[in-house]
Design a protein around this ligand. Structure first.
Ligand code: SAM
Length: 395
């Protein structure tokens, strides 16, 4: 075991000693120690024993929360909360619920954040539906997840013999988040990069396409999780759950023409999106701005690439500035459930890379464009959500 792993291991052992102390003997230094040092088993135990427990660096959790501009009083769910890394950055006054399978991590989260509702157990058994304003977090990747009996999850497969429904953890967590979010609510998850293009993820992409507006995809560098010893390629995916009154309509007529991709082949593509779909915000961060020890590697004056991205998200509302829009990357794919792809083989990516060699690279992907009587429009989505709630209140 290397030096970094050994010190993480020792810190976890000390954390266990703290959580086993009688409540009255726990000091504020103990709580601070847990917050700074408890990292669970991710990268310390062989795969299969760690429950996908790779905790999020606090600066990345902060970026997600800040980018969403969570209003005070919101109901926020973190469905695989670990030690509660995301909780720290959520504004006071929010009603936070954390779900966590691992009893030690759940205990740590509830000790550090006593005002949060932390529920120990399998997230998929949580029954609140259409309830949360925000569902955020970093679900376990690549684990098999199961729940007893038949479910309404499209990403889980029921086996009669065992009476269990099984599936891949990150797919089921995204579907769960869609169910738990209220219409018009936001979902922001860290997910493996291959979620956007891998064949096995097709079903969950279809679920997202049928239930959500795509707000943003931010590709993170492989160094993001280096402090817990993994170089997995990840992204932040931000979605907004559509309201039942939103209809799918045809994309800008320009996209209905056969499309000549790279001069190689022509694809005739009939794309439909939920009305109100804004140009999706795409970005790639090339340097996370923090070293293995979690300390900033940037000059405080200029900030990190994540800081630069934050400006795009917070100019009044969530991603309201339209960067130079490009033909979407799904145009060269054969299926519509590819519209959340982050495709390095697209024009937007190439142009952004040419313009800002060091990164971050940013661009918009046209979805509805300015078609169907609406110009580039960032208010349409809100109008649809407002109309839905006005009708709901009236009925
Ligand atoms: C990738 S870690 C992330 C933890 C935390 N969200 C963070 O970002 O630091 C995934 C977490 O999911 C938990 N987990 C795994 N399966 C779960 C399940 N079925 N329900 C709830 N939590 C689960 C693991 O114990 C682990 O703490």
């Amino acid at each position: 075991m290397g030096r970094v792993k050994r010190s993480r291991w020792q810190a976890n052992v000390k954390s266990l000693e703290i959580i086993n102390k009688a409540r009255e003997n726990i000091t504020s230094e103990d709580i601070e120690f847990l917050k700074e040092n408890y990292t669970s088993q991710g990268g310390l135990l062989p795969k299969g024993f760690n429950g996908g427990s790779f905790f999020t660096p606090t600066h990345v959790a902060k970026f997600i929360v800040d980018a969403l501009q969570i209003p005070k009083g919101s109901r926020v769910l973190e469905p695989s909360c670990g030690s509660g890394v995301f909780f720290e950055h959520i504004p006071d006054d929010c009603k936070i619920t954390g779900l966590e399978l691992d009893t030690t991590s759940a205990k740590v989260a509830s000790m550090i954040y006593p005002d949060a509702e932390v529920i120990t157990g399998n997230a998929l058994e949580h029954k609140r539906r259409d309830y949360y304003d925000f569902v955020i977090g970093n679900p376990p990747f690549g684990e098999t997840i199961e729940v007893e009996g038949r479910t309404d999850f499209e990403t889980l497969k029921y086996t009669k013999k065992t009476n269990m429904s099984k599936g891949k953890s990150e797919f089921a967590f995204v579907e769960f988040a869609v169910k738990a979010a209220k219409p018009g609510g936001y979902i922001a998850f860290i997910l493996p990069m291959n979620f956007s293009f891998a064949e096995p993820a097709k079903k969950v992409r279809q679920v997202m396409y049928d239930t959500c507006w795509h707000v943003a995809t931010v590709k993170l560098p492989p160094t993001t999780f280096q402090y817990v010893g993994t170089g997995v390629a990840t992204q932040i995916l931000i979605l907004r759950k559509v309201t039942p009154n939103a209809q799918k309509i045809r994309a800008h007529p320009e996209f209905l023409r056969p499309y000549n991709f790279n001069g190689k082949r022509k694809i005739k593509y009939i794309a439909k999106f939920f009305e109100g779909q804004t140009p999706a915000y795409m970005a790639e961060v090339t340097d996370i701005g923090y070293g293995k020890d979690g300390k900033s590697t940037y000059d405080a004056k200029y900030g990190t690439q994540l800081d630069a991205l934050l400006d795009d998200f917070t100019d009044g509302n969530l991603v309201r500035s339209s960067l130079y829009p490009h033909v979407p990357s799904w145009m060269n794919r054969g299926s519509i459930n590819g519209y959340m792809f982050f495709n390095e083989d697209c024009e937007g990516y190439r142009d952004a890379k040419r313009s800002y060699a060091d990164g971050p690279y940013r661009w918009n992907e046209i979805t509805l464009g300015n078609g169907e009587g609406r110009s580039w429009d960032f208010t349409w989505q809100d109008e649809i959500v407002t109309e839905y709630y006005e009708k709901e209140v009236a009925s």
